[in-house]
Design a protein around this ligand. Structure first.
Ligand code: UD1
Length: 360
């Protein structure tokens, strides 16, 4: 354990479900390096199934601070995070504030930290969908512009950030922290026996959908539901649904046929489902990466992706038109070779800590 590592105080900000598997490996590596750490949870997600269950499944302690901001419009939620996090930053005065991914909590924390003159490290920097109708794209742009250290999951992100004018010394390729969590949790995921509990083999299609562009438009969610119901005539289709999606399905009285809609499942249960899936149909960013790392075919119901490496080197395919889902699924052939993009090796969390402790 080096003196320099001990000298660094690191404050992590997380808020929503996809942040937690990114935090876990960095926090664990920080513990191993003797770094002083504080975790602040904004409370953007608050249901056990969306939040505390993930801390349990990922083996991380409960956050030291919870701001309990809850759900609201983007402006109100962002403002509330900013208002409540400022006194925490003032009191803690960390050497680095680590923010993760692209949720509202990420951007809100980056703005407040920058104005207090505190240094921000963005884990998962340099991803772009080039689609500003996605709230996450706005969050990525603002966070990357403000961050003092841009920690990237893939080399294409470095190239993009340089093209946007970021100085080379503020960019560090560390690889994909999300995949650290995946490798860490696979044995426990298999031990859940969740797939067996649901009575499915390896022919199932696992579905997640929650993006406003898919679920908030009644005609679009109906079209996607019709395709899934068609697929469910010939193989199990399992759909753990985000609270927003459940609400939209209820409001629209959407008919899903034989599709099995579940409550959101835990991180371990989801991994058990995905590892042995015939294919995944999703609009989630994280699942595009997890399916690539597991070699499972993924059909992404979106026009674009901020994670192009999952297409060029992985198993992902964009299928923006729901009417094409049935045909695409029928033509899927699973490769024997599991893709392994550079830095998706289970050691990204340690590289994040190395970068931070090298800049005390
Ligand atoms: C957020 C992130 C999105 C991420 C997603 C993963 C932003 C802009 N969006 O979207 O990038 O992919 O999380 O889940 O930060 N709700 C609950 N319980 C909860 C949390 C939310 O019931 O614990 C319901 C509420 O009705 C709420 C809705 O879900 O209004 C949306 O939640 P919100 O956090 O605003 O955005 P997400 O759609 O979850």
């Amino acid at each position: 354990m080096s003196l320099a590592a001990n000298a660094v105080k690191l404050l992590h900000v997380v808020g929503a479900r996809p942040n937690f598997p990114k935090l876990a490996p960095v926090h664990r590596a920080g513990v191993a390096a003797g770094v002083e750490q504080v975790v602040v949870h904004t409370g953007q997600h608050y249901d056990d199934a969306m939040s505390s269950n993930f801390f349990r499944d990922l083996g991380i302690a409960a956050p030291e601070v919870n701001l309990a901001v809850g759900s609201d419009s983007h402006a109100v939620q962002t403002a509330r995070i900013m208002e409540r996090i400022e006194p925490v930053f003032r009191e803690q005065r960390p050497d680095w504030i680590a923010v993760y991914g692209d949720v509202n909590s990420t951007m809100a924390a980056a703005i407040v930290a920058s104005k207090l003159g505190l240094r921000v490290a963005h884990v998962e920097a340099g991803l772009r969908s080039f689609d500003r109708s996605m709230p996450e794209e706005i969050n990525r742009l603002v966070t990357d512009r403000l961050a003092n250290l841009l920690l990237t999951p893939s080399r294409d992100a470095d190239v993009l950030l340089r093209a946007e004018g970021e100085p080379a010394e503020e960019i560090a390729f560390v690889g994909n922290v999300m995949i650290d969590s995946l490798f860490f949790a696979l044995p426990a995921a298999r031990a859940t026996g969740y797939r067996a509990k649901l009575g499915i083999g390896d022919s199932a299609v696992i579905v997640t959908l929650h993006r406003p562009s898919n679920v908030d438009d009644p005609a679009r969610i109906r079209a996607i539901a019709a395709a899934l119901a068609e697929i469910a005539k010939s193989r199990p289709v399992i759909f753990p649904a985000h609270p927003r999606t459940q609400q939209r399905l209820r409001e629209g009285h959407v008919d899903m046929g034989n599709v099995r809609i579940l409550e959101p499942v835990g991180y371990l249960e989801m991994l058990d489902l995905v590892e042995h899936a015939h294919a995944v149909v999703t609009d989630s960013g994280g699942l595009q990466e997890e399916t690539t790392a597991l070699g499972v075919p993924c059909l992404t119901v979106r026009e674009n992706t901020e994670r192009p490496i999952t297409i060029t080197e992985g198993t992902n395919k964009l299928v923006p038109d729901p009417e094409r889902l049935v045909g695409e699924l029928a033509s899927i052939r699973r490769s024997d070779v599991t893709p392994r993009p550079e830095g998706w090796d289970g050691k990204a969390g340690a590289r994040v800590i190395r970068e931070l402790t090298n800049r005390p």
